[in-house]
Design a protein around this ligand. Sequence first.
Ligand SMILES: Cc1ncc(COP(=O)(O)O)c(C=O)c1O
Length: 425
Amino acid sequence: MKPNVKKLPGSKSQKILSRLNKINLGGSITYPFVHSHKGQGCYFYDVDNNLFLDFASQIASNPLGYNNKDLKKIIQKHSKREPIKYAGQDFIVKEHLELLEELLTITPKTLNSAFLINSGAEAVENTIKLCMRKRPKTKFGISFKGSFHGRTLGALSLTHSKEVYKKNYLQISNKKLSFNEDASDQLKKIIKKNGSSSIGFVIMEPIQGEGGYNVASKKMLKDLRKTTKQYNIPLISDEVQSGMGRTGEWWAINNFNVTPDLMSSAKALQVGASIANKKFTPESGAISSTWGGGHILDLALGLETIKIIKRKKLLNNIKKTGDYMKKRLNELNIKNQRGIGLMQAFDLDNKKMRDDVLIECLKNGLVLLGCGHEGIRLIPPYITTIKEIDQAIDILDSSIKRCTKKLFKHKGLICSYMNCGDTPT
Ligand SMILES: Cc1ncc(COP(=O)(O)O)c(C=O)c1O
């Protein structure tokens, strides 16, 4: 297959998007097309029959690409069930157990229990609640500059990537560390001043996602683990974006030989999960949710996703294609190339250039995402091939070349979508 875009936005997409924009309370729509549900592997068609190569994977939530035949079988198997959604923390379905058991085959040994929930933000929210319940003297939590942990008020309090997410919103108490090798010393200073028991937890992304695909150094994480262990402060690895295989290891933290006390997962897992040692279990009623752990289809798809990644040895594919993508990116006129496996990014000279290039790529059928201030991330499905990476890098290369020409300017309807580099998380 080859990406093929005739007009962007096409007329059918444009009609749907403008109707939606009138009644959508979430702000203006960012991407200039509407999915048709047709597609295969890393490619999808929009309703105007434009064909795109997807290196954004539904913001890391579509690890196996479009119309995966094994996942379709799961959907068919459950198609006659009604209801498909149960109040899953109180009224149990077997799929809940099956997903938990499978999930715990891929987590570090000491992280031997999990709580299922609806989204990444809620997964984070519940990991911090689990910590705080066990630490009654908690006065604040600790996260990192540049972090993104979600948009519920707890998770958002710990988010520091962009001001727009937080303005006017009340926060839970928190302090932040620099995302570099000073982190552990900064933490020690906070401990010295406030006492370790006043710290509920330290939460970090081993590779910061929305904040810019910043990769932690081994030393930073090793020192942080040492200090948190020494003072008995729970360390949470937020794996909502980086986990479930994206880096070629099941969890991004595995790349650093560090074991956290808790993890949050979602996106590629289909459901949210707070994962920890069973000793973190609170008294009944302390955490719950009506729908968490009750959406049969999501549970079954999450389970099958893990099984497919194992069966098809996709972690190996991620390492192999990730290395190749790194090598090809290295040939381009870009800055600050970074990332692990199929979680990679680079910077352009400024935000305008980044947004221009994202749009130019889209016009040529390649879907990418922004990150940080002037970054672009490449996160294709785990099944991607060398050929698809070549296609993507060629489109990216020619788009960068066009956009860096003097007097380059996008024109027409597409200009209403120029903020698509900003908002995806
Ligand atoms: C690292 C991280 N944590 C938490 C979240 C929040 O997940 P959700 O959007 O599913 O609430 C995200 C979303 O991008 C994320 O990247």
